[in-house]
Design a protein around this ligand. Structure first.
Ligand code: XUL
Ligand code: CO
Length: 436
């Protein structure tokens, strides 16, 4: 394979007036927003699996995508994907990529052969990283595609499958270390159940926690310094996934003494599958100081599955950036486009259009969120809404200085509480719209 995206130049920032499809209208990497260049706020990442492995098949039809990196020899295809990935990242000006072990190299007949395949490709990835300065935002292990994981990985009733998962994680973490990945994600692909009739839920949760504790120990043993994340998702492929949403993950991490070792990787489409908004999940993670990274994509609210579309909704991007900015922004995390092109968008250039639009949507969301924050209209309203807690009775309750009996006595003497103030929901929605 020569070039995967021939004829595509490096995508340039041309400003909001540009009509050129493959130009950024809003993403200007060096432009400073709240004192920091946009590239450092947004930390975009290309997802290896959707971009270079997923050919567009669905339950009703075969692959449609033209993939110049394809080859009958799976190792040659893997080598070609490396070239294609770095070509795409360079042309987009994206600094990061994310991958599962099995995205970058095919499985062999034995674990040893599989690891050899991986090592060969990781050497190529390292060379391309050296050439370009592009590095992994995070790595992960695919513990869901191979039939051996049909009952789960960490939650499998088969202890040997648990051991296989551990071996795979150990190797994937070593690869992440070698490539300088800033993080490592645990998405519990099949860590859940199809039927409770055959499931010992309590035991499965204990096993999952054991696997994560082993991962923490191994991380320290090999000196990998990346951040660990759990990626919540409520269903698909299992009927119920244990990491169903941010709150379930937080409860799990607390129960098993893992909170200090993990943050969350919040995915927009997973939030909506859980019956939450994307912003809800981000806020919940931020409120509990476990907001780590984001898989930026979009679902279709009329469909009940993980459609993983590229994110182009400005309102959604604005809301997300409001929460991310107020949480202090990303440190090790970033915006990974866990998204694939539509089955009918089958040409390589469609992948470039998709990323350019998504990057521009988040750049615009960032600028709009920063403008809203600069005026302080929303923040001032929220602060004022809780003013009764800033002094007097509220401050005493917050400080733990009042008993329930004292509050009963206080209210008995006062008779009725101070009047409520309006929540002004529509006024606030109008304020946000005024910036879009
Ligand atoms: C699946 C999903 C995964 C994780 C990484 O829905 O989002 O691709 O992001 O395993
Ligand atoms: Co994801």
């Amino acid at each position: 394979m020569d070039r995967a995206f021939p004829g595509v130049e490096k995508v340039a920032y041309e400003g909001p007036e540009s009509k050129k499809p493959l130009a950024f209208k809003h993403y200007n990497p060096d432009e400073r927003v709240e004192g920091k260049p946009m590239r450092e706020h947004l930390r975009f990442s290309v997802a290896y699996w959707h971009s270079f492995c997923n050919g567009g098949d669905d339950p009703f039809g075969t692959e449609t995508r033209q993939m110049p990196w394809a080859d009958d020899d799976p190792m040659q295809a893997a080598r070609n994907k490396v070239t294609a990935c770095f070509e795409l990242c360079e042309k987009l000006g994206v600094q990061f990529y994310c991958f599962h072990d099995r995205d970058v190299a095919p499985e062999g007949d034995t674990l040893a052969e599989t690891n050899e395949n991986l090592d060969e490709i990781v050497t190529l990835l390292a060379a391309e990283q050296e050439r370009t300065g592009i590095t992994p935002l995070w790595g992960t292990a695919n513990l869901f595609a191979n039939p051996r994981f049909m009952h789960g990985a960490g939650t499998s009733p088969n202890a040997d499958v648990f051991a296989y998962a551990a071996a795979q994680i150990a190797k994937a973490m070593e690869v992440a270390k070698r490539l300088g990945a800033q993080g490592y994600v645990f998405w519990g692909g099949r860590e859940g159940y199809k039927s409770l009739l055959n499931t010992d839920m309590g035991r499965e949760l204990d096993h999952m926690a054991r696997l994560l504790h082993l991962a923490v120990e191994h991380k320290h043993a090999i000196g990998f310094e990346g951040q660990f994340y759990i990626e919540p998702k409520p269903k698909e492929p299992t009927k119920h996934q244990y990491d169903s949403d941010a709150a379930a993950c937080y409860a799990f991490l607390q129960k098993y003494g893992l909170v200090e070792h993990f943050k969350l990787n919040i995915e927009s489409n997973h939030a909506t599958l859980a019956g939450h908004t994307f912003q809800h999940e981000l806020e919940y993670a931020a409120a509990n100081r476990i907001l780590g990274s984001v898989d930026a994509n979009r679902g279709d609210l009329l469909l009940g599955w993980d459609t993983d579309q590229f994110p182009t909704d400005l309102y959604e991007a604005t809301r997300a950036m409001l929460t991310i900015l107020s949480a202090g922004g990303f440190t090790t995390g970033g915006l990974n486009f866990d998204a694939h092109v539509a089955r009918e968008s089958f040409e390589p250039i469609d992948l470039v259009h998709a990323h350019v639009g998504a990057m521009d949507a988040f750049a615009r969301g960032l600028k709009i969120a920063a403008a809203i924050r600069a005026d302080g209209a929303l923040d001032a309203f929220v602060k004022d809404r809780y003013v009764s807690w800033d002094s007097g009775l509220g401050a005493e309750i917050e400080a733990g200085n009042k008993t329930m009996a004292e509050l009963a006595e206080y209210m008995a003497a006062k008779g009725t509480p101070d009047a409520n103030a309006s929540g002004r929901v529509e006024m606030l929605e109008n304020i946000v719209n005024a910036y879009l």
